[in-house]
Design a protein around this ligand. Structure first.
Ligand code: C2O
Ligand code: CU
Length: 468
């Protein structure tokens, strides 16, 4: 829980730590050929600038450099591993060549300490994506290893500011050090996953973002937490969701103050700022224990224009295969079982059937279709171009954020959330919810499907499929 003490501690610090300009420092000159990302230890002022926390970051920073590329450009990034454990980079949400997907032991060998790997790919979809390791990600990402990848539209609609907000919750001890002892804790893995006690935006404790009355801003939100589903609320601004997981939302939505973002998910928001000069607005995380401020927006003394824009804003659509042929689709069920207070008695693991107790001894607590952990055979295998329908049944007491690699999937029907019709790469499936998704399996290779609550993934909720 984000407790009162920490909340207060952060507010007290708010003044000193305020006023970082959230977008510009993260802009990265991409043009330099052969950008290198060094995964290495570093420090970040998560709570207090005088007492920065030891983290892991790309080029020693968390979040890592903001990568901005153009749609369809060829991208090349060298990874150098200066961490004490193997790593990879996964380009979350990019419909990428399979060999560049960065999944340790599925699409590539993990990159050993001191070694390098070069990623070359292009990004067919414009939008908000991110990158992170895909080997022991529960540990590396709890330590801060991730960054945002923005793919710019060939013709982006006009905004005055493009603001990136990467939200994370960190589990820190009394001295603001990362709580390392609890890494890999099985109790966390069998419950909600690792939840932090300090909330940051771009690794700052409640940054203040300067805006102006009349400005049109695009806010790119990412939930980079290991496991926390974030229920967010805007006070003083009326954002409109224009894209989810990088894919433009088709119907024009009305502004909404509340938004739920699962781990791994992104939302692009459009805001026409109508804050009078010197007034503040805020983005808050709503928790059971109360509200926690994530970021503030402060209107400067000048107005950008005399009245906020009223013209509509629409993102160009991406070249996704949206024509699903449901009549002759490949259909399957994906049943999620396990976790604390669940009904699972046993599951297969590495080819053998084990009881819950035996699984726990092996660090496993969850299963997908009766199998804990990556099975040797794919969940399914289909010819390229086939429509696939997956009916997910969450038979557990916990929500899960199911992430599909190499594809985006359309939510078909759901018994809970209002997300039907949206295209996602990460789909939140609530407890006891039945939710089905469909997509055209048009990207050949071996692709993971897993829960993006990283402890759930490590404790069994991971599988893969194959497109031939
Ligand atoms: Cu963002 Cu398979 O991960
Ligand atoms: Cu999960």
């Amino acid at each position: 829980m984000l407790n009162r003490r920490q909340f207060l501690r952060r507010s007290a610090l708010g003044v000193g730590a305020a006023c970082i300009s959230v977008h510009r420092p993260f802009l990265h000159a991409w043009d330099e050929p052969g950008l290198e990302l060094r995964a290495r230890p570093g420090r970040a002022a998560l709570v207090d600038t005088d007492n920065p926390t030891e983290i892991w970051g790309y080029n020693g920073r968390s979040p890592g450099p903001l990568l901005r590329v153009s749609q369809d450009d060829s991208i090349s990034v060298g990874l150098r591993n200066d961490l004490p454990m193997p790593t990879t980079i996964h380009w979350h949400g990019i419909r990428i060549d399979n060999a560049m997907d960065g999944v340790g032991n599925l699409t590539q060998a993990p990159v050993e300490p001191g070694e390098t790997f070069s990623y070359r790919f292009s990004a067919p979809d414009a939008g908000t994506f991110w990158y992170h390791p895909h080997f022991r990600s529960w540990e590396a990402m709890a330590r801060g290893l991730y960054g945002m990848l923005i793919v710019e539209e060939h013709e982006a609609p006009f905004v005055d500011q493009d603001i990136v907000l990467i939200l994370d919750d960190w589990r820190l001890d009394e001295d603001d050090r990362l709580d390392e002892r609890s890494l890999g804790n099985l109790h966390d893995a069998a419950h909600a996953g690792r939840l932090g006690n300090v909330l940051t935006a771009n690794s700052h404790p409640g940054p203040t973002i300067p805006v102006r009355f009349g400005e049109r801003i695009r806010v790119r939100l990412l939930n980079a937490a290991n496991a926390r589903v974030m229920n967010l609320e805007f006070a003083g601004l009326a954002p409109q969701v224009v894209a989810l997981d990088g894919q433009p939302v088709s119907r024009q939505r009305t502004p909404q103050a509340r938004l739920t973002l699962s781990p791994g998910a992104r939302a692009d928001l459009l805001v026409d700022v109508d804050l009078e000069p010197e007034r503040r607005a805020s983005l808050k995380l709503i928790t059971r224990g109360g509200e926690v401020p994530a970021a503030e927006f402060l209107a400067g003394p000048e107005r950008a224009r005399s009245a906020p824009l009223i013209s509509s804003f629409a993102l160009p659509s991406n070249p996704l295969a949206t024509a699903l042929s449901l009549a002759d689709s490949h259909r399957l069920e994906l049943s999620m079982e396990g976790g604390a207070m669940g009904r699972m008695n046993s599951a297969r693991y590495q080819g053998e059937q084990f009881s819950m107790r035996e699984l726990a001894a092996k660090g496993q607590a969850w299963s997908l279709n009766g199998e804990a952990g990556m099975p040797e055979k794919p969940l399914f295998s289909v010819a390229r171009g086939r429509t696939v329908e997956v009916a997910m049944l969450n038979d557990t007491r916990w929500p899960h954020a199911m992430h599909f690699h190499g594809h985006h999937v359309q939510v078909q029907s759901t018994s809970a959330h209002d997300q039907a019709g949206t295209w996602r790469d990460t789909v939140l499936v609530d407890t006891e919810e039945n939710l089905s998704v469909a997509f055209v399996a048009d990207n050949p290779g071996r692709w993971m499907v897993h829960c993006h609550m990283l402890e759930h993934q490590a404790a069994g909720m991971a599988t893969w499929f194959e497109v031939l």
